[in-house]
Design a protein. Sequence first.
Length: 114
Amino acid sequence: MNQRCFCGRQSKIELLPKKFLESFCFFIKPAIEREKEKTKLKNLSYVNSFTYAQNRNHFNENIEQNRNKEPHSLGVIYLDLNGLKEINDKIGHIAGDTLIITASYALQEIIPIV
């Protein structure tokens, strides 16, 4: 939008903000996208992408954040799905994967996650 000022010359006043904003956006947009990607990756690092259950990274960070707080109850579950190898070998890995996901969902429904 070039406008002529009262003396007949072309005004650059409106061009300066536009050029500045375009330059500003050129540098800021990638930085914003990087921050979004970092946040997405951090969130993905706390959840098992297969079962969507919280993982060891989430547990370790939770422990670290609460290290200096007043002691409270803590429970850890370590389990093994009996027969998973046989299911994978005899029926196939899709059936084994389904068993893992089903077990994970069942545990997430009955165990409160903080």
